[in-house]
Design a binder for this molecule. Structure first.
Ligand SMILES: [Zn+2]
Length: 172
């Protein structure tokens, strides 16, 4: 699932289009007839700047479309994926290949392997109200402690396990 690009989220696309309509909008009419109207095309100055940056063809002309340069197409596709596909960066799912932040790797590796397994198999899940195995976890270092965040192996609920460094030192 992690290797394929998830489908775009229509809600986020609508929000972005709405925001861009606001960019070219203006007030019209008075009193009870007042309304806010927007051009259906894109902001000319913004298109001009994209052309100056070498990302699109010259927007000035009779053609109703523009052509992306190679660089422009690459950047546009990347932005589209970032903005509309999958989860937002702030809540992006943990990556299996690199589960730990660099600062957390040392803390994790300092834990004996047997004990690591023990930790992974004994994470409390609030949903199951039981100790469960943590899956797809990530590790970060916070205030000197190692914090594992992942998902309950039984129900998929989000679970968190705090490993105090002091706790490890007393064991080791
Ligand atoms: Zn659970």
């Amino acid at each position: 699932m992690a290797s394929t690009i998830p489908p775009p989220d229509p809600d986020r696309i609508e929000d972005a289009v709405l925001a861009l309509l606001w960019l070219t909008s203006f007030s019209e009419g008075h009193g009870g007839f007042a309304c806010r109207r927007a051009w259906k095309g894109h902001d000319w100055e913004a298109l001009g700047r994209l052309h100056q940056k070498g990302l699109i063809s010259d927007p000035v002309g009779k053609s109703k479309s523009i052509v992306f340069t190679d660089e422009g197409a690459a950047r546009a596709g990347e932005l589209f994926g970032k903005m509309f596909c999958g989860t937002l960066p702030a809540e992006s799912p943990p990556k299996k290949r690199q589960p730990f932040a660099p600062s957390a790797i040392r803390l994790w590796e300092a834990i004996p392997e047997l004990h690591r397994e023990q930790i992974l198999n004994n994470v409390f899940c609030g949903h199951c109200a039981d100790m469960c195995r943590i899956e797809d976890f990530t590790g970060i270092k916070e205030l000197g402690d190692l914090i594992l965040r992942g998902f309950c192996g039984k129900c998929g609920n989000v679970v968190v396990r705090l490993i105090e460094t002091a706790e490890e030192q007393s064991r080791g």
